[in-house]
Design a protein around this ligand. Structure first.
Ligand SMILES: *[C@@H]1O[C@H](CO)[C@@H](O)[C@H](O)[C@H]1NC(C)=O
Ligand SMILES: *[C@@H]1O[C@H](CO)[C@@H](O)[C@H](O)[C@H]1NC(C)=O
Ligand SMILES: *[C@@H]1O[C@H](CO)[C@@H](O)[C@H](O)[C@H]1NC(C)=O
Ligand SMILES: *[C@@H]1O[C@H](CO)[C@@H](O)[C@H](O)[C@H]1NC(C)=O
Ligand SMILES: *[C@@H]1O[C@H](CO)[C@@H](O)[C@H](O)[C@H]1NC(C)=O
Length: 472
């Protein structure tokens, strides 16, 4: 897997017949939105599972090929971005133009947020931490971005984000300091780990006593919180801190900008998520894959056995299974995205089965194809992820195949910047429609209708609490 061809610009592998609808120019257009997305793909509701290895949910390749067909006439005249939006998501007025109560004169203590995982997961937790610090009338110190063995990574917060800008933009929302007061600097914080707490978690009950006692705590936010109980100034701090105060530091922004400039315009940033760990975590079975891919997935699987039999089919129909690159290409074609569209792959190096995509979409760029040299080779996972983030929030269009942490963050920032050509593909619609036996043009038409509806109605979006629906 070491010298994958996706490190380079993908040459036109196969020139397909350009379908009539593909000749239409991309109309400059309205808005975005995504389809329903399951809250947590890793949490299942299955108790026990019959151990039947039947792969009836496999979609044979021949059913998802469109090379020599065209769409039915009534849907053949526009691309997905041309659909007129009825509902947009915008930053809510209550935080963008909030009139805030004064910050407490006396702090209840100092909080450091300890963040783990990939860049966007760490950012998500830090954002929660900003709100928590405000609820507790505490002072925030800069977070600790953990060195994650998995990502082979050493970037801290200041290596990614602009610290001074963050402090400036959060003024009045929450108190932030770069340095701890002297009487505390010598101490390690008292550790409060909320990440494993089950159920809804109340920070005033759960954390304030420790904060008052120790004066300096480190905190890893819980997955689920009683945000409904947050006073509005705490929610405003979270929203402002997360969506108006975090920008890449100068060095990374310059790299991001250089990368952005190198990509031909206009372009679509595509976040494909078909990597061994993702497939293994999803517990989905993909019997049609190459043996190289299957080996890589098996190696990442650990004790996570994939679902089989009825359970596997139900799981898939609930939209739990990542789209393969080939399926992704089919859905994009169904959305009338021309196969010569310039596509920036916002993804790591571990993608599997890319041939299935690159044989249809032939203008694909990656960061390693565009940025070369020592500088780039020395970049770590977090800083590389930051480049994908930068390009994705600035691209003409953004499509996610899986609505994960990065996709939520990117979609939110795009909404904040009024970039509405944003869409998450519906894994559920794809699974359901293929399970019904649809194929070829029929399948493409049905996918078009379901994605168009989602896009127009702004339905099922998982944009976080800081965004409000706005009817056009
Ligand atoms: C894609 O093909 C169409 C029709 O041939 C052409 O007008 C358009 O310029 C092409 N776009 C790109 C990015 O090559
Ligand atoms: C928020 O305030 C800004 C600046 O005063 C103003 O331009 C904008 O219209 C306000 N937004 C809303 C939604 O009221
Ligand atoms: C924070 O301060 C506000 C008023 O300044 C007060 O109403 C609230 O109870 C305080 N909360 C905590 C957790 O100390
Ligand atoms: C982690 O990074 C170091 C230095 O950047 C490198 O030498 C090492 O091979 C990397 N390990 C893995 C597992 O990628
Ligand atoms: C998917 O299929 C299930 C059962 O087959 C059905 O209940 C559900 O409504 C379908 N969902 C969509 C989005 O089509």
């Amino acid at each position: 897997m070491s010298s994958s061809p996706w490190h380079h610009r993908i040459p036109p592998l196969l020139r397909r017949h350009v379908l009539p609808f593909l000749l239409l120019p991309l109309l400059p257009l309205a808005a975005l939105l995504f389809s329903a997305s399951a809250p947590n793909p890793f949490v299942s509701s299955f108790g026990c599972v019959p151990d039947l290895a039947i792969s009836f949910f496999l979609v044979p390749s021949s059913l998802i090929s469109l090379s020599d067909r065209s769409f039915s006439p009534e849907v053949a005249d526009t691309d997905i971005w041309s659909a007129r939006r009825v509902v947009d998501w915008r930053p809510c007025v209550w935080w963008e133009n909030a009139s805030l109560p004064a910050l407490p004169a006396k702090t209840n203590g100092y909080i450091r947020v300890d963040c783990y995982g990939g860049l966007n997961q760490m950012r998500r937790d830090f954002c929660d931490g900003i709100g928590i610090a405000r609820i507790l009338n505490a002072t925030l110190v800069l977070p600790k971005f953990e060195v994650a063995a998995y990502w082979n990574e050493s970037s801290g917060f200041a290596d990614v984000f602009d610290v001074d800008y963050f402090i400036q933009q959060t003024q009045g929302f929450v108190e932030v300091v770069k340095e701890l007061p002297e009487e505390i600097t010598s101490r390690e914080p008292f550790r409060v780990d909320c990440s494993k707490r089950k159920g809804q978690f109340d920070y005033v009950e759960g954390v304030l006593p420790a904060l008052l006692e120790h004066r300096y705590i480190s905190l890893t936010p819980a997955m689920s919180q009683r945000r409904d109980r947050y006073p509005s100034y705490a929610k405003a701090a979270l929203c402002q801190g997360c969506y108006n105060a975090l920008r890449l530091n100068k060095a990374l922004a310059a790299k991001g900008s250089a990368l952005f400039k190198a990509i031909p315009k206009p372009f679509l940033a595509l976040h494909l998520r078909f990597e061994p760990d993702m497939v293994a975590y999803s517990k989905c079975d993909y019997p049609g894959l190459s043996s190289t891919s299957l080996d890589a997935i098996e190696a990442a699987r650990g004790d996570r056995k994939s679902w089989t039999g009825d359970a596997a089919r139900t799981w898939r129909n609930r939209g739990k299974c990542p789209l393969t690159p080939k399926e992704t290409a089919f859905v994009l074609q169904s959305l009338k995205i021309p196969t010569n569209t310039t596509i920036y792959l916002a993804a790591g190096d571990g993608l599997l089965e890319m041939e299935g995509f690159a044989s249809v979409y032939t203008n694909v760029y990656t960061k390693s194809s565009l940025l070369t040299g020592k500088d780039f080779n020395l970049m770590h996972g977090n800083t590389k992820a930051a480049l994908d983030y930068y390009v994705s929030i600035n691209s003409n269009a953004y499509i996610a195949t899986y609505f994960g942490n990065m996709d939520k963050m990117v979609s939110a920032m795009r909404a904040a910047n009024a970039r509405y050509r944003t869409l998450a593909l519906s894994r559920r619609a794809f699974a359901n429609l293929t399970a019904l036996g649809l194929e070829g043009v029929e399948l493409a038409d049905a996918l078009w209708r379901s994605h168009r509806e989602d896009f127009v109605m702004g339905r099922g979006t998982a944009l976080p609490d800081c965004f409000c629906e706005s009817t056009l």
